[in-house]
Design a binder for this molecule. Sequence first.
Ligand code: ADP
Ligand code: MG
Length: 626
Amino acid sequence: MRMFFRLLFRNRLATLGGAVLAVILLLALITPLLPLQNPDVTDTAHRFLFPFSDGHLLGTDQLGRDLLARLLWGTRLSLAVGIAAALAAGVAGSAVGIVAGYFGGRIDNVIMRGVDMLMAFPYILLALAIVAALGPGLLNALIAVAAVNVPFFARNIRGITVGLAGREFIDAARLSGKGHLSILLTELLPNVLPVIVIAMSTTVGWMILETAGLSFLGLGAQPPQADLGGMLGEARSAMITSPHTSVVPGLMIFLIVMSINLLGDGVRDALDPRLRSGALSRPRAATEVARQGPVPAQTDALLAVQELETQFHVGPRIYRAVNKVDLAVKPGECLGVIGESGSGKSVTALSVMGLVASPPGVITGGAVRYRGEDLIGAPYETLRSLRGDRVAYIFQDPLSTLHPLYRIGDQLAEAIRAHHPVSKAEARERALQLLRDVRIPNPESRIGNFPHEMSGGMRQRVGIAMALANDPDVIIADEPTTALDVTVQAQILSLLDDLRRARGLAIVFITHDFGVVAQLCDRVAVMYAGQIVEEGPTAAVLAAPAHPYTRRLIACVPELGGGRRELAAIPGLPPSVDALPVGCAFAARCDKAREACRAAAIEMTRAGGRAVRCRFPEVAVEEMTA
Ligand code: ADP
Ligand code: MG
């Protein structure tokens, strides 16, 4: 809640709107207590007095009534009617929408076609018709405005409910034996409530306008009762001779509607969790770069990540997700990157092609070189031409990366045509070949499948096919087998291995499983709290891990046929990357940690193709060379 108000008040326009609205609401609330004249007493001897006349601060109207008193009472009435109409429309429309969306099928059809019929009438005509049927009067105007707005809420809320109704937590509630009413009230309502509140806060303004419009036409408030629209209507005939009589209520309507809309927009932005983590702006096409310090020198690796620093700047906090990471791959080489969840593996991978969302992500140092060319801060066009063409990604969950509404063949063809201007038929031919390459049986019939018609393993093969679509030089695979069962995982791994050998692909394989690394990777880099803590040839690291963290990670892997052995979990949790310790980040969980480990940052020690970031490594540096 504090966070919400902080964000809201950071938005200056919303703050201004809130302040103006607060003053108006306060005035409306205390109107009966103020020493005002009676708003309905006429005094024809003093008609059309200008503002600042004796006894009439804002002047008088065509019947000599005090404008200030009428303005305040009128504001009170207009606000009350507008807010009541918004509440009524919100409650009724949301109820209709939730019920239609939850039950679906015929109920949905009947309800929504009814709503469509309401929507088919021109808006203001419908309101006029309702008032004409019920007779003029403020209450009937309220009913008309509320009724006209019900479809807006019903449509909005139904759309969201349909999306929620198929989700697992609703199924779980059903399985636990909950009835429809209880599911509607305890599972669905809390999830759509924020949307209802936002929709209401953005529509109150326009309901006040509509009520004013009806009153202006003489169908709302009846004389002598004052509301803002009615005052405008009465002032119409004297618009030229005594403009103040229209300006006063007109200005008030403007202030109310503007302030409500500004505040409503601010509320919407502050409630949206995606906007909460950053400034109120869209993510950019490439990660923001604010590089300080020197750019590391060129190397001859195919892809080299050099002293890369990627941070998340969230309010006053700085999350050092990637902290001077060095990685490199040669053609045909497979590099494993391993570490616990949250150690910065994905952020490292995404930083390579500038795919970290900004805000809040910022690359603050280092370089990423593809064939020697530095990509950090490179023009967007350069990045775009490399993404998916020379450097491709495979992600963990293919269901969320494949477009649910397109056939996989079309998606593969699109990936090809994004970089190569080939004909549709040729793209399809290539897509078929790709499906064959990743050993999908029956590619001719599979090419027309939607992602949801395939199993997890098949989908991941499609993900790999898509990564291979443009014959890239480097594939960055971010936990591609984590969501799959072990037999499918083994197939996918051997597939990747074959492809690497056949095409000379360089693979950066991110995982948290040493078993996978042992099977696939030539070299392995161990990440902890945003840093590489050990690197070396897989066999050497597995045989004699140098960093205590690596040793304990390896001890967590069960071995088939390895006999009974205790699988030691590593106690404790990695440190949060917004409050890293001065010294070794692993010290708090390390049984060998000493004072020196905590005192200062630990440098990498390199020897014979291996590297370790530890003061007291498990194997001596001299032995690592051997
Ligand atoms: P993993 O190694 O599991 O792939 P990630 O690279 O996804 O870990 O995350 C690394 C760190 O970056 C984590 O500590 C995470 O909390 C932090 N992080 C990721 N995204 C954001 C974000 N948008 N805002 C703040 N911190 C983030
Ligand atoms: Mg990850």
